[in-house]
Design a protein around this ligand. Structure first.
Ligand code: SF4
Length: 377
């Protein structure tokens, strides 16, 4: 993946399942200073090794700093300059042209229905279907590489095939098909957006076959298999698990508000201390190594991350679970439970890394912190 440059947490839509919408109705107020773009992009490229950048939000195109973010990314030599957007602003041809001229190379546009009833009903903004569709068309016409993101939910699960046909007609050829997360707005509106996987999976599986037959390149995230059949797609569940881990650590609640409501339909339960079976919490998300496996390695004599790595295969992917393993070693030796929240929050630039080849990520094995974080009292 890429360096994430977040311009704001504000948005011009209110999508039903948006996990950025706080269940307690807290306002979105964050706006990044343009002066921070240069140092942040420089550090991500020269200290960590990122070559691509995702300009994101909230909705980044509503910010007056949007074009500055693109231009600064280009000036610093980023190879792929990607925007993650709802696409509405790109309905204006001048806006699209200006973004292209500034250096935008790729766009990841969210679209949730094949018609205005489903899409606008999800985004809660009338006219957004027409704007997003026009935006995708304009981006493709400008020569920008477009991928469309679909969040599979109760509203669209039965009509994913016509949605894919609609996206194809707009000219995009790549799709990111994602499952729901139980946080934020998705939790508040859970009765409207979540669905029974056993009932919905046949629709999703048929749509994936349909999209692949059409010629789409499809990446899937957060669709547990079974019941979902993601064969033929680029399976990026590792990134989905890392993102879950990041969100749960950021929530920093003794008990997540979603516990007991959505655990049976939660893709991230393997990385949630309240969802995983005892000992089965995933510590290393790349290699799917559990807490129990690492505790057994420590019991057998491993006392460093390197020794755990040699015995279990953990921390041989992106290596960013090194702080988690180091803390777990200490917990096992002291005979106490492991709480993921006692480990520092993963950096925003690394929680989304599915392929970290060539990168030097903070928190990785080469940069083990000198001190293990203290346990919560
Ligand atoms: S498994 Fe964890 S994150 Fe998932 S719904 Fe349950 S408490 Fe929430």
């Amino acid at each position: 993946m890429a360096k994430f440059l977040t311009l704001t947490d504000k948005c011009n839509l209110r999508c039903a399942f948006c996990y950025e919408i706080s269940p307690d109705g807290a306002e979105h107020t964050f706006e990044a200073e343009a002066a921070s773009f240069g140092p942040e992009l420089y550090a991500a490229m020269h200290d960590e090794g990122w070559r691509d950048v995702v300009i994101t939000g909230g909705e980044p195109t509503i910010m007056p700093t949007f074009f500055e973010a693109i231009a600064e990314s280009k000036r610093q030599g980023y190879e792929r300059i990607i925007v993650a957007s709802n696409g509405r602003r790109f309905a204006y041809p001048d806006f699209t042209r200006r973004a292209h001229q500034a250096g935008l190379t790729h766009a990841n546009i969210s679209i949730f229905g094949h018609d205005r009833v489903i899409h606008d009903g999800t985004t809660k903004v009338r006219g957004s279907f027409e704007q997003t569709s026009a935006g995708i068309r304009n981006l493709v016409a400008a020569g920008i590489d477009v991928s469309c993101s679909i969040v599979v939910n109760r509203r669209n699960v039965e009509t994913l095939e016509p949605l894919m046909d609609h996206i194809w007609s707009l000219g995009a050829r790549r799709l990111l098909v994602m499952g729901l997360k139980p946080f934020g707005g998705a939790f508040t509106e859970r009765e409207r957006v979540f669905y029974d996987f056993a009932w919905g999976a046949p629709f999703v599986n048929a749509a994936l076959r349909h999209g692949l037959a059409r010629g789409f390149e499809i990446t899937t995230m957060g669709l547990p298999s079974p019941p979902f059949d993601v064969s033929g797609t680029i399976d990026d569940n590792i990134r989905a698990l890392k993102y879950f881990d990041y969100v749960l650590k950021r929530l920093n609640m003794d008990v997540p508000y979603c516990k007991g409501h959505l655990c049976d339909r939660c893709f991230g339960r393997q990385v949630c201390a309240h969802g995983a079976d005892p000992g089965q919490l995933l510590i290393c998300k790349c290699k799917l190594v559990t807490e129990q496996t690492i505790r057994e390695a420590v019991q057998a004599g491993a006392s460093t991350v390197r020794q755990v790595r040699d015995r279990t295969d953990a921390c041989t992917g992106c290596t960013t679970c090194a702080p988690d393993i180091k803390h777990l070693i200490r917990c096992e030796r002291e005979g106490r439970p492991y709480d993921p929240r006692d480990v520092p929050l993963p950096g925003a630039t690394r929680h989304g890394a599915s392929d970290a080849t060539g990168l030097t990520l903070a928190g990785g094995l080469r940069e083990e912190p000198a001190e293990t974080p203290e346990a919560r009292p």
